[in-house]
Write a protein that binds this ligand. Structure first.
Ligand code: PMP
Length: 428
């Protein structure tokens, strides 16, 4: 970004009077001294109102696996707009998208909502209604949206701003949520042996993308599967980030472990607002209008999101080079970050899988929330600033993940490598 992005600065000054903190989602305010405003976006780049072209590794926080303004998604959206954009009745595209989702997530039924948050709210309510139990288990550093029941020791912006457990959520409610350490099989098994029979659901990010990137031990995921099954609790995999990103069938395909309910969002709406709950008939049938667990929404299964999601999944199915390009970009970035940090004598750990990467300034390994929090977050912010000066936009917070897309071709990656090689020595 240019040192003096006058137009962005002026807009942010106005925005500070209009929005708390000047923004509508907290992470956007972490770009200092003020966020840049985007005029348009294309491929791997954001073009700001001040005329800067930035290589984008945020990608709307995950949805844009095909990069910005992919021609097929654009075409599908325009075609839908030509036909009108909100009917208040079912439409064909929701049936088509649900068929794709049930196929890849080995489930029978779907409920479309409008955000990842709504998906986890609905999944938790459904699990409670189905099991007739009240308690839920989540894991430290996992973020499941701004869901009252799950905003306890949460990652992402909640951790960044020091409110991993938000004010305004009554203790009476948070008492129903147990929080356990991630990747700790022993702690989980011990907990389930004493409390398992009162638990409605165990919800987890099967790969954490909200405390930086943290990979699971397969044994941990297996223990979640085994113990929830034997105590009659539902296992919910929150694949809002990982669904259709690490594989078409998400982490469940990657590790061959099946959850009872899956929440999706982001990629499945092709960059438009969406959330999805997916599961077997006997659980899903408990949702209204068939069952007694309430969910409804004016914008549920919004035709434009359906069209963009179908177009995106269509490209992912047809063109394997999407995953190859995105994954190879992430791998190269990971190697570059690590090599450059080593060269400069800076302690660093890089976690990566598929098209996701994050660097932590610590010796590591980083396997849970406490490891992530123990890293030098000031150095991370400095890296963000140095890269932004060199026109590369990475997540402004340590507790997010870098994403790559099919638009991150070798020439884009090459430019990024140069920027990283210049930026890391500046951290000393
Ligand atoms: N679950 C996970 C794993 C997420 O990463 C997020 C958002 N980043 C959510 C749920 C909430 O999704 P939304 O922001 O669409 O409400």
């Amino acid at each position: 970004m240019t040192e003096f992005a006058e137009k962005s600065k002026a807009l942010f000054e106005e925005a500070l009077k209009l929005f708390p903190g000047g923004v509508n989602s907290p992470v956007r305010a972490t770009v200092k001294p003020y966020p840049f405003y985007v005029e348009r976006a294309e491929g791997a780049e954001l073009i700001t109102i001040d005329g800067d072209r930035l290589i984008d590794y945020v990608l709307g926080y995950g949805p844009l696996i095909l990069g910005h303004k992919h021609p097929e998604v654009l075409k599908a959206v325009i075609e839908q707009l030509e036909k009108g954009w909100l009917y208040g009745t079912p439409s064909k595209s929701e049936v088509e998208l649900a068929k794709k989702i049930t196929k890849y997530y080995h489930a029978d039924m779907v409920r479309f909502v409008n955000s990842g948050t709504e998906a986890t709210v609905t999944a938790i309510r459904l699990a409670r209604g189905f099991t007739n139990r009240s308690y839920i288990v989540k894991f430290e550093g996992c973020y499941h949206g701004s869901n009252d029941s799950l905003l306890v020791k949460a990652g992402s912006a909640a951790t960044h701003y020091g409110v991993p457990s938000s004010r305004g959520i009554p203790d009476e409610l948070t008492r129903l949520t147990y929080v356990l350490p991630y990747n700790d099989v022993e702690a989980f098994e011990k907990f389930m042996r004493s409390h398992g029979e009162s638990i409605a659901a165990v919800i987890v990010e099967p790969i954490i993308a909200n405390s930086g990137l943290i990979l699971p031990d397969v044994e941990f995921l297996k223990a979640l599967r085994e113990y929830t099954k034997s105590y009659g609790a539902l296992l919910i995999f929150d694949e809002v980030v990982t669904g259709f990103r690490v594989a078409l069938g998400g982490v469940q395909e990657l590790y061959n472990i099946k959850a009872d309910l899956t929440t999706l969002g982001k990629i499945v709406g092709g960059g438009f607002p969406i959330g999805v709950v997916v599961g077997p008939k006997e659980i899903m049938e408990n949702l209204t209008p068939l069952g007694k667990v309430f969910n409804a929404g004016t914008f549920n299964a919004h035709p434009v999101a359906m069209a963009a999601g179908l177009a995106t999944i269509g490209v992912l199915e047809r063109d394997r080079s999407v995953y190859e390009t995105a994954n190879s970009a992430a791998k190269t970035l990971a190697e570059t970050l690590l090599t450059q940090a080593e060269k400069c004598g800076i302690d660093a750990t890089v976690n990566t899988i598929a098209s996701m990467v994050q660097i932590f300034f610590t010796k590591g390994p980083v396997k849970n929330y406490n490891d992530a929090k123990a890293s030098n977050t000031k150095l991370y912010v400095k890296l963000h600033t140095e890269l932004l000066k060199r026109k590369v936009f990475i997540p402004p917070s340590q507790f997010e993940t870098w994403f790559t897309s099919s638009a991150h071709t070798s020439s884009i990656v090459e430019k990024t490598i140069n920027a990283i090689e210049e930026a890391i020595p500046k951290l000393l």
